[in-house]
Design a protein around this ligand. Structure first.
Ligand code: ADP
Ligand code: BMX
Ligand code: ZN
Length: 291
């Protein structure tokens, strides 16, 4: 049977059917509703009702700490203020299918680890630069989820003591400087504030202030990679998310690495599965019988 994979992010909810060979079909996408828990639950239930036919299981990858069937937001601002959401109950109300839940970046890390063309990487870091900054850590070939689902929440590591207040309550987290949300927010005092995609468009048109905002994001990510590499002997970094995969972004992270000592310059590559890493990772995780 096929698995209905669902990837819930701060900006979009994607779904697809995934077969035993990891082939995706019927991919769909909606904008994440950000007007409270009730609307969020309604959209999710509608999506599951519409798309579960043809599936024998459900695999969910979601932003937030996934713990005991609940989505606990570290940064509630990414979900329009939802801090705690009953993911398991919401699914059980509309489906009798067996299901698994996993953090979105942890799921993507798992899919990307399986996709590596080499077998000599034991320790890998996946980073999504998207609405927030998420991470998934593979240590000794094993995905780290942690006892409380927290492993990999590297967007909330300190990047700049003088940085802006992050939705998690700390100042200067990587997420508050490097995320898509942070990139757009950096233009909020401009005469005409830009969207994240517009900042990228201006940067490629050689607009210096736009370019500087993206470079600030990229160098925060390069320093983050250095820190995690020091802690865990990371051999490979895979970058995803709409910002991470935007043209020129990876090259900027790589350029920022050149300013760091050689030991910090962990090899980087873009997500092989592009926007589908989370969907596929959730399905692979479910297929292995984890929950
Ligand atoms: P999610 O966070 O839901 O997983 P994405 O990976 O698409 O979703 O990341 C969303 C962030 O990426 C938003 O901040 C959005 O503005 C930004 N974004 C979307 N498209 C682009 C693009 N083409 N170039 C740069 N940034 C983009
Ligand atoms: C936040 C956190 C992580 C998530 C990451 C990327 C929340 C709601 N989410 O750091 O759990 O993995 O964002 O999420 O606190 P995305 O929505 O950008 O894909
Ligand atoms: Zn934070």
């Amino acid at each position: 049977g096929k698995c209905l994979a669902v990837d819930i992010g701060g900006s979009k909810i994607a779904s697809a059917l995934v077969d035993k060979n990891g082939q995706l079909s019927d991919r769909q996408q909606i904008i994440t509703p950000r007007s409270g828990a009730a609307a969020f639950a309604r959209s999710l239930q509608q999506l599951l009702r519409d798309w579960q036919s043809g599936a024998t299981s459900i695999a969910v990858a979601s932003t937030g700490i996934i713990r005991q069937g609940k989505l606990v937001a570290l940064n509630p601002a990414n979900l329009g203020g939802i801090a705690n959401f009953p993911l398991a109950t919401t699914i059980e109300q509309v489906s009798k299918l067996p299901y698994t839940l996993l953090n979105d970046a942890q799921a993507a890390a798992w899919a990307e680890y399986q996709a590596l063309p080499t077998s000599d990487v034991d320790n890998m870091l996946f980073i999504t630069v998207s609405t927030g900054v998420g991470g998934g850590i593979i240590l000794n070939r094993t995905l780290q989820t942690g006892n409380n689902g927290l492993s990999g929440h590297i967007g909330h590591i300190l990047a700049d003591l003088q940085g802006p207040l992050c939705g998690c309550g700390r100042y200067g987290c990587v997420e508050s400087i490097a995320s898509g949300t942070a990139i757009a927010a950096a233009t909020c005092q401009w005469p005409e504030p830009l969207t994240t995609a517009e900042v990228f468009a201006q940067a490629s048109a050689q607009h210096q202030p736009a370019s500087a905002i993206i470079d600030r994001s990229a160098s925060a990510i390069a320093r983050l990679i250095a820190d995690i590499t020091m802690a865990l002997d990371i051999q490979r970094v895979v970058i995803g998310g709409s910002v991470g995969l935007a043209p020129g972004y990876l090259a900027r992270v790589s350029a920022a690495q050149q300013h760091l000592p050689a030991i910090c310059r962990t090899p980087l590559q873009p997500a092989f599965h592009r926007q589908d890493s989370g969907l596929l990772g959730a399905a692979l995780w479910a297929a292995q019988g984890f929950c």
